[in-house]
Design a protein around this ligand. Sequence first.
Ligand SMILES: [Zn+2]
Length: 387
Amino acid sequence: MKTILKTDLTVRDINEGFVYNEYEGKGLFGWGGKLTIQPEYQRNYIYADGKRDVAVIDSLLKGYPLGLLYFVKVGEDKYEILDGQQRVTSFGRFITDKFAIKDEHGMEQYFDGFAKNLQDKILDSQLTIYICEGEESEIKEWFKTINIVGVPLNNQELLNAIYSGPFVTMAREEFSNSQNANIQKWSAYIKGDVNRQEYLATALNWVSKGNVDSYMSQHRFDTNITELKSYFNSVITWASTVFKDVKSDMRGLEWGRLYEMYHNNSYDPNKVSEILCKLYADPQVQDTKGICEYILGGCKDTKLLNIRVFDDNTKRVVYEKQTQEAKLKDISNCPLCAMGNDNNKNRIWELKEMDADHVTAWSKGGSTDIDNCQMLCQTHNRAKGNK
Ligand SMILES: [Zn+2]
């Protein structure tokens, strides 16, 4: 791979012929048409937040460097931005009056209203640009390793770059497009930011059962995303059919895994709803994120709910009471040991050798109150817990 360092280009040069597509949220072209600002594998423009875009302009006004920009030579006098797209789009949008910054009096100022010397200060800022030339694979490998000034690329953004092609383009149109009317519905189940590719990451993770890398490489040149879309829709439809209620905890659950494990079982959505509401209202359930899976699994694995445990004070009081009574009767202070016939039948265990147990299990309606607490030796407690 060949790289050339260029320091003679200015903001004015790169901004020549700047085109920004408001609808797609993309900076498109610059440098008199020679530069593609947003190749298809690049992330969407995410600096339009009144902070990061303003910071770019502040830097230019103060004469600070914008950091290295990386361009790839893709043809005779044709280039793509490999790194620096957010910064270039920021100054391009500012110079074309797409946003304003506040002056020292707190007044909003557009570029158009700037004094000529300040306009020139921005336009004449010199840029430091590495232009690289090489095989696509080398450049993509390198792209994976360079660290981005500002917001680092997340894993899915990197994968989009590495496996760019018709499949990624179509997948992004569906899953990374904030204009897609389905996003609202999907957001009940999926966490993250559409623009940062997190919905796409989830969809790929589900369909590939976690092998996103190999799935993307296998499908890279597909000209449809039928499987990806239909699998995703199956999972969402299944989740929203089984669970009529939408709880905030449902966002970000591993719906793909749950679908694989449970979608062949039948559930009565009304019954599910009844159990779900009861569990959400139960103060002993400490992990509400586990409720859906607990129900899907037939209400057996209480570990998923992290049921409240007895506090130290309760344990001490129950221990003292059990131990005093046991000593009077010359039996073990573990009621299960006391029933046995081995050496432990009159053994007095220390507090630290015992664990608290629900006499009536939580799943059978037992509460986490002192009246429902007994101390058992650790062996017996474990044996009981495993039943
Ligand atoms: Zn025991």
